[in-house]
Write a protein that binds this ligand. Sequence first.
Ligand SMILES: [Mg+2]
Length: 254
Amino acid sequence: MISALLIDLDGTVYSQGQGYPGASFAIDFLRRRKIPFRFITNTTGMSRGRLVKRLAGMGIESTPADIFIAPQAAALYCRKQGYRRVWLATRDEAVFEEFDGLELTQENPQAVVLADLRDDFNYARMNALFGAVLAGAELVAMQKGRYWLKAEYGPTLDLGPYVAALEYATAKQAIVVGKPARLFFDLALEGWSFPRAQIAVVGDSVENDLRGAEAAGLQSIMVRTGIYDAEAAGNSADWTIDSLVDLPALIDRL
Ligand SMILES: [Mg+2]
């Protein structure tokens, strides 16, 4: 029995900004059946408000409360640790709104929160981040992905290699708050009282969604879209469907 779902966005609901056919049908089905769900994503450069607009453009109505994102996990983590002064290293100002109530500063920060800076990762920036962590700030990584597939370009460095560089230089471990960290799923579930065995993660990434679900004691539903890799998944997913459009039929069967 599945009582609630955590549904990955990129590669599951949409790809390259385009909604997958049938994604809105599947979401409408969950709403009609009153099955609680939240969208989850490791995307570091967007606020929930921006994602609500993106989803609306695909015919999927949502509110920020329906979405849980890596920047939000980072902000929640900082608040739980009691940090007040945070260096939020991002090039996407939309993310600032997730850090409401925290003082965003590069002066003696208690934590350095690292988003994907893409072209802004350069020697001076990395050296400044290194200095802050060496001086005592905790390194909080929104995620630690190795690479991602960029349209018409191919494999592109993700945030992970830069996190690894800072870890190596400082001999300190980063706290990774995005998928597949158990912390991410723990925070994404807050407010739900269902047993974990009744909550499923729906996603395309074996590393982030499937392994993350396993580590967090959640069920897994893999979709064969996005970066799904059948070989890597093996037989370990609880269920596998061709795409999100098949989710209603699966839920009906369970
Ligand atoms: Mg995905």
